[in-house]
Write a protein of this length. Structure first.
Length: 194
């Protein structure tokens, strides 16, 4: 992917679309954009394989913005991130389809998700440190998104649109899970075992 994004940036520089001094920045942006497209295509493909395509789209609509503000666990490399994402998303989508969902379970998981995200997010990573202003802004946006998505999920459940409510619930659950993993990883790194 690095070579492909480099070739695109070289072409854009050659035709004068981007300035030479900003080529590295554009190359990074192109690489990240390609990585995101591959991730989205993979998530939809997994949804297709597990017969939860609509849920996979709702899941992404909720999870992507929430994860970008809430933070949490990050793998060391893009390849390990991709492979871990494929595994985790496949498990979550399997759970969407196979769990015996009822109002009590949905309510319990929803409350858990909201508490975890409200209390712990944002969680920074070694590679993405946050200053005080970013923590304030990201916390506010995470809480707003979490509250809004939780209310939409509850409303969808009440309106008997359970498949959509469960997709929102799954996205909130995974975001909360990644926040907790990231918080634990940060705690271990700050106070290593002796």
């Amino acid at each position: 992917m690095g070579n492909f994004s480099e070739k695109i940036a070289d072409s854009l520089e050659r035709i004068g679309t981007i300035p030479t001094e900003e080529k590295a920045l554009y190359e990074y942006g192109i690489r990240q954009g390609l990585f995101m497209v591959i991730n989205i295509a993979t998530i939809v493909f997994i949804g297709l394989l597990l017969n939860v395509v609509l849920q996979s789209i709702i899941f992404m609509i909720v999870y992507i913005p929430l994860r970008s503000f809430a933070g949490g666990y990050h793998a060391r490399t893009q390849l390990s991130c991709y492979l871990l994402s494929v595994l985790v998303v496949a498990i979550v989508f399997w759970g969407i389809d196979q769990m015996p969902w009822n109002g009590y379970l949905v309510g319990f998981i929803m409350v858990y998700n909201v508490i975890m995200l409200w209390r712990f997010a944002p969680v920074e990573d070694q590679n993405k440190r946050l200053d005080e202003m970013e923590i304030y802004v990201f916390r506010k946006k995470t809480r707003t998104l979490t509250g809004g998505f939780a209310m939409i999920g509850i409303l969808l459940w009440i309106l008997d649109l359970q498949i959509l409510a469960i997709a929102i619930l799954a996205a909130l659950f995974l975001a909360a899970f990644m926040v907790m993993l990231g918080a634990m990883k940060n705690k271990i790194i700050k106070s290593p075992l002796t």
